[in-house]
Ligand binder design. Sequence first.
Ligand SMILES: *Cc1c(COP(=O)(O)O)cnc(C)c1O
Length: 457
Amino acid sequence: MATENIPYKIYLTEEEMPKAWYNLRSAMKNKPAPLLNPGTHQPMKAEELAPVFCDELIKQELDNDTEYFPIPEEILNFYKMYRPSPLVRAYCLEKELGTPAKIYYKFEGNNTSGSHKLNSAIAQAYYAKKQGLKGVTTETGAGQWGTAFSMACSYFKLDCKVFMVKVSYEQKPFRREVMRTYGADVTPSPSMTTNIGKKILADHPGTTGSLGCAISEAVEVATSTPGYRYVLGSVLNQVLLHQSIIGLETQAALDKYGIKPDIVIGCAGGGSNLGGLIAPFMRDKINGKLDCRIVAVEPASCPSLTRGKYAYDFCDTGMVCPLAKMYTLGSGFIPAPNHAGGLRYHGMSSVLSQLYDDGLMEATSVPQVKVFEAAEQFARVEGILPAPESSHAIRVAIDEALKCKETGEEKTIVFGLTGTGYFDLVAYQKFHDGLMEDYIPTDEELKVGLDKLPVID
Ligand SMILES: *Cc1c(COP(=O)(O)O)cnc(C)c1O
């Protein structure tokens, strides 16, 4: 089919909507390495994970073979409130750039949480409810996951305790109010309410916190409170599974017009939106059906793929969680307080780490000021105020489109626009006032975290 007259937004009908999540691990020849027990260094068994995670989610976590997991009807019904998310042809951006490239973005900011995180939040809350739990604990960095999970918990009437990284808690008080609107209990982390929080505060007085610290606190509360479990908004295999809805919808929409992407780009924090967006495209690439580049974009201030090590590491600062093999900067790494809060995790999803190690995915890092320049350029022509995290993908999409302008190539570029930036206006303000700085860690600074990686034989 001709690719002229592609509508500005491509939607899907109810029949065309995906009814199952796709498990990218099933297509991988080299499977992601298993989670290890931090004490014995043996692969974690379901029963060892059961005190921490919900049973059904553990099954999804450990299953590298099942291709499709049917989406339960209650979740499909919830998805109907805000899905399909629009796949937009960025005609105005193309014109502004003067590029022959065709640019599409999948916009996940069209729900109150403002990001893709709701796709997995609703699934995780559903399985917690189904198991008869009373409540759930979690952490949030920038606040998007906490917001999404609060929404999901209020929908299924579950108690929700959120540990929010202190720097975000202070920078984004309105995020906290959204969470409280949905009934969540929000504590800045590290806090004096947990043993691990007290220890972290004693060791690092005045710390602004990190996702790794907040995870440790949330896990401690989940495992010490009857009827509670812990959930995580990124990194884990189950989260990538739920987020495959993004990629499945994108591919179904492109297929309607016979479009094949040449480049798929996404920002990468823990890897969930990227893992979800690329899932069906990566499958086709692995099976030799699609020749396309897949690019992960991370902040220069927290460069786990581009400057980290591929090794087993702790997922949290308190070292209570299982060990995961991933590209990591070390669980003790506390990134400079940059504004892409959702991209500040020290490690990367095991699935994406393995794909990157196998040369199936590329990675690049971009500094903050350049990211905000792209964000502003995009906002002015496409009418959406993008999240700083998403703007990492915008930066690279624009750069790729500008390369096409030089070479005259009409490449099709697809990128994930993961969310909106309404809660990030302090960051935009700094950018406009010329006060934004690029924090790029030196090799010596990174060495401190990397030297502390656990030794696994
Ligand atoms: C959390 C978040 C990210 C990064 O998380 P991933 O798990 O890497 O997807 C990116 N964009 C937005 C808007 C987020 O909220």
